[in-house]
Design a protein around this ligand. Structure first.
Ligand code: SF4
Length: 460
């Protein structure tokens, strides 16, 4: 396992006219690229990779090109660029949409298909086989991780992180950027602790996730880090949601130590160090110091403060006219998935919401009970399902009134999981509310099925 960078942390805060100029100036301010890349180095640049669902969700390609040119000029041998994408997307899809493979070929670097989506892998067995061939099993902190060999075999890891707001961690840091060196499935935290009061009260889900993030970071520590805040998605982000906005801050933070670069970035964004759980975990493991005087800092924090609107912390603040959020005690698992689902409904399914009569959305342990049972009731996650199973609203009120054999209330949609996923919830919406009541979701579903069939045809 890698150890922390023993050199003195050097960090520069840069504000130039363009992201490209800022990256170049940043490298210059931290001693020049030749101080970080040696002749003959095999370099892996860990970027932020996503479909262009909004701007900026993925790495700034112009600035990335400047970084690649700089590595080449320093004598780097082979340069790979990559990241696992978000759940539900493949690197192949992103590459085809953005023309990445062609672009990278032109500039002499390779797009690393960490998910093997460029190879035949249409069954789970084939996927597992390819994973075992292209990654190595590494234990960190008694947890097993599959790390791509391309990453482990590189001499230098560079983190080029597109900063954006995040529903659990205020913003995406470079330590968090390292987490997508493992697949989205491996990033998941499965808790199976529904209604465990202690688990919920102490938010063990988030603690486990933070520990895993720092584990992965500690396996291969980057030696050159860029936090790109030049353009940043604020508000509901990190995806294109109705309430997301792009703001131009013109700022980039560059350095040789991820902890210090993230600490300075958090300071710029006005996040108190004690509230940054990832930094606290890394600090406890001796992977960095909160002492700003130990950082050789080029640029003063007070001159570069950045104001961005964070994600809503309270789910009922995501105002959707037709949906009333009723929340019991819950952990971050349900919070983050419900956050994505509610913002998706608000952003993409506006037309469909018109057809849904007033809906109660229950989540967490012992949520408040909806007043009327004639409307739709979504029970999201195992805590809400388990803790409301004997509630009045679960039974059909007509059979109850007529004292007949009790039937379940047909207006209740249970979305199981601990936590459930926003992505898996959507087909259940379609089934429950019926296709003619969900025109947009039906269309999206049909387009996705066609794409899946086409991809299958291509690989068979
Ligand atoms: S059901 Fe949701 S809130 Fe309950 S323990 Fe699981 S993830 Fe946490």
């Amino acid at each position: 396992m890698a150890t922390t960078n023993l050199k003195q942390p050097i960090v520069a805060i840069v504000r130039e006219q363009t992201p490209q100029e800022s990256v170049l100036k940043g490298l210059e301010r931290i001693g020049g690229i030749q101080n970080h890349i040696d002749k003959g180095d095999n370099v892996f640049i860990k970027v932020t990779l996503d479909l262009p669902k909004s701007y900026p969700t993925t790495v700034n390609l112009d600035a990335l090109k400047e970084l690649i040119d700089a590595c080449r000029n320093a004598g780097a041998n082979k340069i790979n660029v990559g990241s696992f994408p978000y759940e539900g997307t493949s690197i192949k899809d992103i590459s085809e949409t953005l023309g990445l493979e062609g672009l990278f070929k032109e500039i002499g670097v390779e797009l690393a298909y960490l998910d093997n989506s460029n190879r035949l892998s249409d069954t789970d067995d084939k996927k597992k086989f390819l994973k075992s061939q292209t990654s190595e099993k590494i234990f960190a902190n008694n947890r097993l991780f599959y790390i791509p060999k391309t990453v482990l075999e590189s001499n230098k890891l560079i983190s080029f992180n597109q900063v954006k707001v995040h529903p659990l961690f205020h913003h995406t840091s470079s330590i968090l950027n390292s987490y997508s060196l493992i697949s989205p499935e491996d990033q998941e935290v499965k808790c199976n602790k529904a209604c465990d009061t202690e688990y919920l009260a102490t938010d063990q889900y988030k603690k486990e996730m933070v520990a895993k993030i720092v584990d992965v970071y500690s396996i291969k520590i980057p030696t050159l880090i860029i936090n790109d805040l030049f353009y940043i998605l604020e508000g509901a982000g990190p995806f294109v949601f109705k309430d997301s906005n792009m703001v131009k801050t013109g700022t980039i933070v560059v350095g040789n130590d991820a902890f210090s670069v993230d600490l300075i970035t958090s300071n710029l964004l006005n996040v108190a160090p004690e509230n940054d759980e990832i930094l606290n975990e890394a600090h406890q493991r001796g992977l960095g110091s909160f002492d700003l005087s130990k950082i050789q800092l080029d640029g003063t924090l007070k001159d570069y403060g950045v104001i961005v609107e964070p994600c809503q912390k309270i789910l009922s603040d995501i105002h959707i006219n037709e949906i009333n959020v009723l929340q019991g005690q819950m952990c971050s698992g349900c919070h983050v998935q419900a956050y994505y689902l509610l913002n998706f409904l608000k952003t993409i399914l506006l037309k469909d919401l018109k057809y849904m009569s007033e809906t109660s959305f229950l989540l967490g342990d012992k949520p408040p009970i909806p007043v009327s049972q004639s409307n739709n009731i979504i029970v999201f996650g195992d805590c809400a399902i388990k803790s409301t199973k004997d509630s009045d609203f679960r039974v059909d009120k007509i059979t109850k009134k007529k004292k007949q054999k009790l039937k379940p209330n047909k207006n209740v949609l249970e979305i199981k999981g601990c936590p459930p996923t926003a992505l898996n919830a959507l087909p259940q919406f379609l089934e429950h509310f019926r296709e003619n009541n969900m025109p947009v979701l039906t269309l999206l579903n049909s387009l996705c099925s066609q794409k899946l069939k086409k991809n299958k045809g291509e690989t068979n």
